[in-house]
Design a binder for this molecule. Sequence first.
Ligand SMILES: NC(=O)c1ccc[n+]([C@@H]2O[C@H](COP(=O)([O-])OP(=O)(O)OC[C@H]3O[C@@H](n4cnc5c(N)ncnc54)[C@H](OP(=O)(O)O)[C@@H]3O)[C@@H](O)[C@H]2O)c1
Length: 358
Amino acid sequence: MHNNIPCISASTTRRTEATPPMSLPTRLLAGRQVPIPGFGCMGISAYYAPSLKSEQHYQSVLRAAYDLGARHWDTANVYGEHGLGENERLIGRAIMELEIPREDIFLATKFGISYEDGVLRARGSPEYVRACLAQSLEALQTPYVDLYYVHRVDPDTPIEVTVNAMQQLKEEGKIRGIGLSECSAETLRKAAKVVTVDAVQVEYSLFETTPETNGLLATCKELNVPLVAYSPLGRGFLSGRFRTRADLPSIDSRLGLPRFSEENFPKNLVLVDHVNRLAQKKGCTAGQLALAWIHAQWERTIAIPGTTRVEALKENVESGKVVLSPEELTEIREVLDSFKPVGNRYDEWMTALEDQSA
Ligand SMILES: NC(=O)c1ccc[n+]([C@@H]2O[C@H](COP(=O)([O-])OP(=O)(O)OC[C@H]3O[C@@H](n4cnc5c(N)ncnc54)[C@H](OP(=O)(O)O)[C@@H]3O)[C@@H](O)[C@H]2O)c1
């Protein structure tokens, strides 16, 4: 399927006539054909040393994403270093100031991670959902979002209650799709019994294949729910540009993740070296191989790489041209079978928010 949707058609680009969007492949998500890969906006406000660049710079990256046709933008109310809504506000301002037609962007955001009085927890009560959405819509300067995710599943609120509250918001026209992030297969099944679940978002990459073994990917396939793969470049690790911890800025949060620890980092480089080797053989970059692999796993997987650089964005967008043959996929699978990532993907705080429902 190719560029057959209003959301990325040249006729709707208005201020971008000089740079028509590339013909990106698309996949169905929450009732729209969205271009793949998507664009993960988190890093422009949070975790990966965003303060090292200016808002003006980040607007230029969003502008480039728009011009290149990467118009599925993923954010969350918690992305920011200065309180809730920071990333959403930056996106909202960019859309307004760059005069990007709102309907040209497939905008996804999330709620459900709360940090108050030193306590990090998942919240999903109907009142909380509604209040968070109101804040997100204001921050994003939009009357609706295309996809609204439960960011982490609240152990104290039945998922049916949370998604029924989201269904209400959908009926009010404030959200156009319902998504679950980091849910278990069981939670997905429960939710799908009471509402249409439009997407599951989970960490899925050559560096993190747990969705293949914990039943989540299988359940997505069974229920025909698209799987949106976050951190598809292994938080940049798979691209091969970080060879030591010193390659990351000292204020970068990844330095606190177990897989990036002093001890584990060099052990995990074994995977990166394999990916680099296979990418060289294929004639693409390591990151492009990683993204192409995700899109080859199932016709409903969608990768949402994030970057703060226009050059990297172009490279990621061009991953759509990389088509892996059955032989190449087998070779990649052999590498994955021979390698187990060393260290947890999250620190203790975030690990505590994992959905425990089996
Ligand atoms: N649901 C959830 O709980 C959850 C959790 C995490 C993330 N997410 C979503 O997933 C999105 C992507 O995840 P992510 O940002 O963690 O990880 P990612 O996309 O796997 O990696 C991002 C990192 O890769 C680097 N990078 C990107 N493209 C590159 C390229 N072509 N060559 C070399 N380096 C490249 C970026 O650095 P530069 O900026 O320097 O290019 C950045 O450091 C986020 O923006 C967010 O929307 C969701």
